[in-house]
Design a protein around this ligand. Structure first.
Ligand code: SF4
Length: 232
């Protein structure tokens, strides 16, 4: 049987409004997108699951749940379902969470609204990425955000957009208007890791933040902090 979970490990959240919170990360293999800036090893199915640095064969959802429980410490805020794209594995997620009593935090590219609908009741927190460089996914992304926003408690969901050099202020204006129609959700502008923060880029980030602030109350510019700190 191929292994759908590539890694399980305990670390800190390095992105978005929960930055710094301790989490157990469950990284699923594969993604339905192929972003240029992708920095996660999701592309191939693995022969093993790496659990806290050790290669293991996990045969089923119970094995995954047991490894999560073994890594649990009292400072754990939630279990991050990440990838790749975790919504490709909704059946597996349903089985894993049967054996768990820890809140689930979904990190999704937001392109699979039907899948989000399937597990909406199981999720406590959601980080909804939106890829402005891929307009064909835009409406599905808004739909996913709307579905999760209807089910999650206020403040438990945020939208994250990676600011590549191709994203412009007009796109941020359109996005923030559309988010506002769903709800006054926190928006994180995440600078692309590895991009040089020259004055032009910094000014663009600030202009985008100002634009977004015309529509949403909580707008933040947050880079991937775990990379700076040397965490996984
Ligand atoms: S959606 Fe995320 S995991 Fe998938 S290719 Fe893009 S950056 Fe990588």
């Amino acid at each position: 049987m191929s292994v759908k979970v590539r890694e399980i490990f305990s670390s800190i959240q390095g992105e978005g409004i929960y930055v710094g919170r301790r989490q157990i990360f469950v990284r699923f293999v594969k993604c339905n997108m192929d972003c240029d800036y992708c920095d996660t090893p999701h592309k191939k199915e693995a022969k093993f699951c790496t659990v806290a640095g050790n290669k293991k064969i996990l045969k089923n959802a119970d094995d995954v749940a047991n490894e999560i429980k073994n890594l649990y410490t009292k400072d754990i805020f939630s279990v991050s379902l990440t990838g790749g794209e975790p919504l490709l594995y909704t059946s597996l997620i349903k089985q894993i969470c049967k054996g768990l009593n820890i809140p689930l935090y979904l990190e999704t590219n937001s392109t699979l609204p039907e899948r989000a609908y399937e597990i909406k009741n199981l999720i406590t927190y959601a980080a909804c990425g939106i890829k402005l460089n891929y307009p064909k996914f835009y409406n599905d992304s808004l739909k996913t955000i709307e579905i999760l926003n209807d089910y999650l408690k206020s403040g438990n969901l945020f939208v994250k957009v990676v600011i590549t050099k191709d994203v412009d202020v007009g796109q941020i204006e359109g996005l923030t208007r559309d988010i506002k129609n769903i709800g006054d959700l926190p928006l994180v502008l995440q600078p692309q890791t590895g991009i040089k923060w020259d004055n032009t880029y910094k000014n663009t980030l600030l202009t985008m933040s100002e634009m977004a602030g015309n529509f949403l109350k909580d707008v933040r510019i947050i880079p991937q902090l775990h990379k700076f700190l040397g965490f996984e």
